[in-house]
Design a protein around this ligand. Structure first.
Ligand code: PLP
Ligand code: COI
Length: 339
């Protein structure tokens, strides 16, 4: 293979050797298959193409200083995929099937796991699609589950740095009783225009308020929001955001660092009270927020006073990364380790 420049990877697709596939036919999941083909032959009337019966996940494997491979919280991703399956009427995969497929895909592509020193990782992308040829709007009867992997560097070019976000009132990514809590492609399609406008104006991502009242904070692009003040970690409670596994982990770490944790609706005005804030997700872990602009109200909330990531964001980021890479013991049982 062409030499990979591990330290300069971006968050992009690079071809690896194998992917793992499992087909659902006649009411049951089949055996795991190993595939070296990157494409999926599909009927043009497949349910996923027309009616968006599609779900995905995103998790990472890390190479430690000790040479071991660690996958972060894969059971949580399995559980979230199961929840998504219930949400859009797809057959669930057991946690065991999910685990085996993920581990297999990582092991088969071991040579693509970036070395410890690079600070990069192997992104794992499980994908589930309805493949039945149909034109009626109804759940498919046949499905394909694929797990592929690709080595990635930082999600944002600058790495761990404070960057600006843009409040959008023109678009919603999801409705209060819609599919925002599930990881389905439609939510991301709904976010593309807002994301494009934010990026074109020089922002890291768009920032959503709740769709119903436009009063409370929902998400920052494809990441959860948290704010820090008075030794408290505050994150939105909302029926239209994705339950982030990174956020769940950070809440635990914050609590164990002696902070209070609050999950509750956060009114937009409260943004002016936070000492620091971040966007969190698998891809970036924490992306500290510099400021959040609300041009429609001619207002700007400054969240990194000296332009740099705050001390608590930095501490949480370092702690979570240390657990992921195996620099610190995994006292929570979050990591699947193998040679
Ligand atoms: N919110 C959205 C919309 C996402 O796409 C993601 C990414 O997966 C997250 C939040 C963060 O979730 P996680 O921490 O599980 O990666
Ligand atoms: C994340 O992992 O934080 C993401 O937002 C994934 C994104 C590429 C969909």
């Amino acid at each position: 293979m062409k030499e990979i420049d591990w330290s300069n990877l971006s968050f992009a697709y690079i071809k690896t050797d194998y992917n793992v596939r499992i087909y659902y036919r006649n009411g049951q999941w089949g055996e795991q298959e190993i595939c070296s083909e990157e494409t999926i032959p599909m009927h043009m009337a497949a349910a996923c193409l027309h009616y968006g019966q599609e779900a995905f996940e995103g998790l990472k494997a890390f190479r430690g200083k000790d040479g071991k491979i660690r996958i972060f919280r894969l059971e949580e991703n399995a559980a979230r995929l199961q929840s998504t399956c219930r949400g859009i009427m797809m057959p669930e995969l057991s946690t065991e099937m999910f685990r085996e497929a993920v581990i297999k895909a990582v092991k088969l592509n071991e040579r693509f796991i970036p070395p410890y020193e690079s600070g990069a990782s192997l992104y794992i992308r499980p994908l589930l699609i309805g493949t039945t040829a149909q034109v009626g709007v109804k759940p498919a009867t046949e499905y394909l589950f694929v797990v592929f992997v690709t080595p990635v560097g930082p999600y944002f070019k600058g790495g761990f740095a404070a960057t600006p976000y843009l409040i959008t009132r023109k678009y919603d990514r999801s409705a209060p009783l819609g599919t925002g809590i599930y990881k389905v492609g439609g939510n991301y399609a709904a976010s593309l225009r807002a994301g494009h406008e934010a990026h074109s104006a020089g922002y890291s991502a768009e920032f959503y308020l709740d769709a119903k009242e436009k009063k409370y904070i929902d998400e920052c692009g494809a990441a959860n929001f948290f704010g820090i003040k008075n030794n408290t970690y505050v994150t939105p409670l909302s029926t239209s955001i994705l339950p982030s596994i990174t956020n769940k982990s950070l809440m635990q770490l914050a609590e164990d660092m002696g902070m209070k944790v609050e999950r509750r609706p956060i009114p937009e005005e409260e943004l002016s009270t936070f000492e620091e804030a971040g966007a969190c997700g698998t891809a970036a872990v924490i992306s500290p927020i510099l400021r959040i602009d609300d041009p429609e109200n001619n207002h700007s909330y400054i969240l990194a006073k000296d332009g740099k990531p705050g001390p608590i964001c930095t501490k949480l980021y370092n702690k979570l990364r240390a657990i992921q890479y195996g620099d610190e013991p995994d006292t929570y049982g979050w990591v699947t380790v193998f040679e």
